[in-house]
Design a protein around this ligand. Structure first.
Ligand SMILES: Cc1cc2nc3c(=O)[nH]c(=O)nc-3n(C[C@H](O)[C@H](O)[C@H](O)COP(=O)(O)OP(=O)(O)OC[C@H]3O[C@@H](n4cnc5c(N)ncnc54)[C@H](O)[C@@H]3O)c2cc1C
Length: 514
């Protein structure tokens, strides 16, 4: 105990820039103790009930493998500011978690300070202005429940437990996206704590460059303590999931119908969302194809095939109930997970081929305990991208526009039970991703965009998803607000703006025809 005290005093006497960065764990202990004095009862140490509760409330079990030196639960922007000043002063590694639904271990830290924003969860709906102020720690179910009283909703997540912080800082695909673009297109103001601990409001009039950059901000610019978002009227909606067995006779036709529906009617008639094909292994059916429907006008959508579904949860209901219905799908469960994503021009044969590539990969891994896999296909149509520009544009839209066509975002959503299988699964998913992208490249239909919110942690999301011009602008915003890259060095997790980007990466994607 005495030697620890001496050690901490020694560390405290060092100036911040003298604390060696490879000594992050010592620095973190210093930060935790300092914060514990300044914010008593808000700092939780290993072994405490609250620390363990927070650790196991992440979506990914891998996040609980990381053991921060302490977890801190601020309840105001000024407390976030105090924490930011403390961690930067002592060079403590830290991570930030809002809803904890990162699809890779990106919101926790080993041996550092974990900020849990779960208590920053206020929801204020201004009916007259059509704007809601949301704390980053809100879950979508709470946001929609609060908005339901006013018959409004917003461009938010499609599962009730997903958090709003990560969702908005990575873009955000919603049931409303065909009409209103990405979630972040609908954020009109960010309250954000910068690297030096100051809190600013970033919007179209104040700090406009930061406002633009935060629309794909991830962990580069600051900790957002409030999102002000546009709301839209909604009453009854129609939607749910229709489930079909996968067969080589019927599924290619279903995919073709999904593609033509997404390309045409969906934007105006029905807000059709994802096609998800994956493992089922129930009732003699090995794989299922599910169509996730949602019509905000409450107009029932036609089935996309004559084959009767083996399950059909579609109904007319409230927006909140629909979101709850979607949660009941398999991949909402807490397990070990890995997701990955890439983007192609809409192309039915490639969708079928990628599914079959996934099937070949995962059939070889049948022995992996608790394995579940899905390949999700989501339309990012020209209509979606047009809607995305209405509120001023975002940093990633240009790359999406490069293909000049409707796009399909493809993601692999894979889960399993045991840590011992992690490496096998990571390798298989990486190889499957590389093979699929190569297939799309050969067919001339790859779009460079990688969706940040579904991307695997090692993917060059920024290098691939920004145009050369927007990369230059992003880096300039970064220099303005975090010139020394303090957040790059200390803030663990999220996706970072790259230091060097090879010129070739900006070559226009999907330039050749099929
Ligand atoms: C079951 C499931 C369903 C999903 N559904 C959708 C969907 O419908 N549409 C969609 O677009 N995406 C969806 N996603 C992806 C989801 O948007 C991302 O995983 C998102 O990052 C989750 O946000 P979070 O706040 O819960 O995550 P967290 O794990 O808390 O945070 C994710 C990342 O954002 C950073 N971050 C979080 N809050 C802040 C903040 N306030 N300031 C600065 N940085 C912050 C974290 O440091 C971390 O790097 C889904 C994911 C899952 C697991």
């Amino acid at each position: 105990m005495f030697s620890l005290l001496i050690h901490l005093i020694g560390l405290a006497l060092l100036k911040a820039d003298q604390v060696p960065l490879n000594n992050g764990a010592d620095a973190a202990h210093l930060c935790c103790n300092t914060l514990s004095e300044k914010l008593p009862s808000k700092v939780h140490f290993p072994g405490s009930v609250e620390y363990e509760r927070q650790q196991y409330s992440h979506f990914l079990l891998q996040q609980a493998d990381m053991q921060p030196s302490c977890r801190v639960s601020p309840t105001s922007s000024s407390e976030v500011s105090l924490i930011m000043k403390t961690v930067t002063e002592h060079s403590c590694p830290f991570a930030v978690r809002s809803g904890g639904h990162s699809t890779w271990p990106g919101s926790n830290v080993q041996g550092g300070v974990a900020l849990d924003l779960g208590l920053l969860n206020s929801i204020d709906v201004d009916e007259e202005k059509g704007v809601a102020q949301l704390g980053p720690g809100c879950k979508w179910k709470n946001v929609y429940a609060a908005m339901e009283q006013y018959n409004v909703t917003t461009v938010g997540g499609r599962m009730p437990d997903v958090g709003i912080g990560g969702f908005f800082l990575g873009g955000g695909i919603s049931l409303l996206s065909f009409r209103h673009g990405f979630g972040s297109d609908n954020v009109i103001n960010y309250e954000v704590v910068l690297a030096d601990g100051t809190a600013v409001s970033a919007n179209a009039a104040s700090h406009p460059d930061l406002f633009w950059a935060l629309k794909l901000g991830s962990t580069n610019f600051g900790i957002v303590t409030r999102f002000d978002v546009l709301t839209y009227p909604v009453k009854e909606v129609w939607g749910g999931i229709r489930t079909y067995p996968v067969t080589s006779e019927q599924t290619p036709k279903l995919i073709e119908n999904w593609v033509s529906f997404a390309r045409g009617a969906a934007t105006t008639r029905e807000e059709l969302q994802a096609l998800i094909i994956g493992r089922w292994r129930k009732g003699g059916v090995d794989e299922i194809a599910t169509i996730w429907h949602a019509s905000l006008d409450s107009v029932p959508g036609p089935p996309l095939t004559d084959t009767p579904p083996i399950d059909d949860s579609t109904r007319t209901t409230t927006f909140l109930n629909l979101i709850d219905d979607l949660q009941s799908s398999d991949f909402a469960d807490k397990k070990r997970n890995k997701w990955d994503a890439f983007t192609i021009k809409m192309d039915a044969p490639t969708i079928w081929d990628v599914f079959n590539g996934a099937k070949r990969t995962f059939d070889k891994l049948e022995h992996v305990s608790g394995m579940q896999w899905d390949v999700a296909f989501q339309p990012i149509t020209q209509g979606f991208l047009t809607a995305s520009e209405k509120t001023g544009g975002n940093p990633f839209r240009k790359v999406l526009m490069e293909s000049g066509d409707d796009l399909a975002l493809i993601s692999f959503l894979v889960s399993w039970k045991d840590a011992a299988d992690d490496e096998t699964m990571y390798k298989a998913i990486a190889e499957l991703g590389a093979w699929s992208e190569e297939l799309a490249t050969q067919r001339g239909i790859l779009n460079n965009f990688i969706y940040l919110n579904y991307a695997s942690g090692e993917k060059p999301v920024y290098a691939r998803s920004l145009s050369k011009e927007d990369m230059t602008r992003m880096k300039s915003v970064k220099r303005t607000y975090d010139a020394d890259d303090v957040l790059g060095r200390l803030w663990k997790g999220g996706f970072k703006l790259p230091k060097d980007v090879p010129e070739t990466i900006f070559e226009s994607s999907a330039s050749t025809e099929l």
